[in-house]
Design a protein around this ligand. Structure first.
Ligand code: UD1
Length: 425
């Protein structure tokens, strides 16, 4: 299996182009199932997860074509007729976001059979909120043989759905379903992540009527049919935040092209307190330390507009070399500290107690062979490797390939000593 090898110590300097957001592109792709007309998505990142969802859409009878210009992909998806409404286990278990086809399939076809995704490295991650919401809209749902069997032969009906807790995926699934339901749906305590907003804008372009976009109360008036549209995927705030941490840890100076401060406000506040400046410039977000030192800061993950759980591992890597202590609290996923023992192998001083990790900054990290069990944990090891003394080898690179486009190329263009080592053994 391939490895990433990093020799730490180079300061990152230059410009990194931030791609389209994976977590926006996935629901946008699922939205193609809502219409028989072409949905054209530009700024789609070229990632393993995108291909996995593409293969699932193939099964449903979607035709897709990709057009690449200047390194960015435009995807045309046409679900002229949905030929198969089953999302099989072998595809859903590879990527949980596959469950996003559930709402669109039931709304359009009156039925769907979607495998339950099961647990994953960062927690149990149930889909009860997706299922309860569809039931409120009139779907009959049974769990049979590990599959969600949903039926709504006369279509879905609008309903008021109050989420007991915030879920990005459930908000997206139900917003898509509501766009083709009879009558009005109100989603209360909806997720407000920029990726949810991006999907809402695309659905509006397809002819849906949605108000409250960007708030936690979305009102969707269903249509009999939706049209095709052309939509540009929003920039990846998590990729941008990751490179901001990478820049900060190396005491570098990097401009993140296409990144938007408004989507990273909580991250910018944390970085500011740590002694890192992030400024909006015409070329993008300019990241550099204020006056040399990094200071420990406390961080708690929360739904947007709070600090994103998808940047928790990376900010922890940054804090391992900050002066003083930092308390990092994870409130979204119950098991998202898988990177801690690996960072400890590089010399980090971290103590975990329940949902909080106390990080005491150390003078330096040292390289070690490490591996991680999920995407963000893996990239936190890349961030740590950039400053560690010696050659860090990160195994299980396929996690990185799920979510970071051309990672080695982007970092080495700013001076990092990073390479992919092919291992055919
Ligand atoms: C999305 C993101 C993921 C990010 C997460 C939180 C995508 C493809 N993935 O995942 O990168 O880390 O948001 O920002 O966009 N929950 C339930 N029942 C449900 C649904 C969720 O209890 O039916 C719980 C989850 O276990 C978790 C919390 O709610 O503890 C938030 O999960 P959710 O926002 O749904 O995450 P995803 O949409 O799966």
């Amino acid at each position: 299996m391939d490895k990433i090898r990093i020799r730490g110590g180079s300061r990152l300097k230059g410009r990194i182009a931030i791609g389209g957001a994976k977590n926006a592109a996935l629901p946008l792709m699922a939205a193609c199932l809502l219409t028989d007309r072409p949905l054209v998505l530009s700024n789609v990142p070229r990632l393993a997860d995108i291909e996995t969802l593409g293969r699932l859409l193939d099964r449903h009878g979607v035709t897709r074509s990709e057009h690449v210009t200047n390194g960015t992909a435009t995807l045309t998806l046409t679900a002229a007729g949905v030929t198969d409404t089953t999302a099989p286990y072998d595809l859903v278990r590879k990527m949980r976001a596959s469950v996003l086809v559930l709402g669109p399939l039931v709304a359009r076809c009156g039925q769907a059979r979607v495998s339950l995704p099961g647990g994953c490295a960062i927690g149990t991650r149930p889909v009860d909120l997706h299922i309860d919401g569809l039931r409120r809209m009139g779907a009959e749902i049974e769990i049979d043989g590990g599959y969600i069997e949903a039926r709504a032969p006369r279509g879905l009906s609008g309903a008021e759905i109050v989420f007991p807790s915030v879920s990005v995926g459930a908000t997206e699934n139900l917003m898509m379903a509501a766009a083709l339901a009879h009558g009005e749906t109100v989603l209360v305590n909806a997720a407000r992540e920029p990726e949810v907003t991006d999907l809402a804008h695309c659905l509006v372009a397809m002819g849906a009527e949605i108000s409250g976009i960007g708030t936690d109360r979305l009102k969707i008036v269903g249509r009999d049919r939706l049209d095709g549209a052309h939509h540009t995927v929003v920039a990846d705030r998590i990729e941008a935040g990751t490179y901001a941490m990478a820049t900060a840890i190396t005491d570098g100076d990097v401009v993140l092209a296409n990144a938007r401060q408004a989507q990273l406000a909580a991250v910018v506040r944390v970085l500011y307190a740590a002694g890192v400046r992030v400024e909006e410039t015409p070329g993008g977000l300019h990241v550099r330390r204020a006056n040399g030192a990094l200071a420990g800061v406390d961080v708690m993950t929360e739904p947007f507009p709070g600090f994103p759980t998808d940047l928790q591992a990376q900010v922890m890597a940054l804090m391992t070399v900050a002066e003083g202590a930092s308390m990092i609290t994870e409130t979204i996923f119950e098991n998202r500290f898988m990177h801690v023992p690996e960072l400890a192998r590089m010399g980090a001083h971290i103590t975990v107690h329940r949902a909080s990790a106390l990080v005491r900054g150390v003078g330096r990290l040292t390289a070690a062979p490490v591996m991680a069990t999920d995407l963000r944990a893996s990239v936190s090891l890349v961030v740590a490797g950039l400053i560690a003394t010696g050659a860090t080898e990160i195994n299980r690179v396929y996690h990185l390939d799920r979510g970071y486009e051309r990672l080695e190329e982007k970092l080495s263009s700013c001076g990092a000593d990073i390479e992919r080592v092919r291992d055919d053994g």
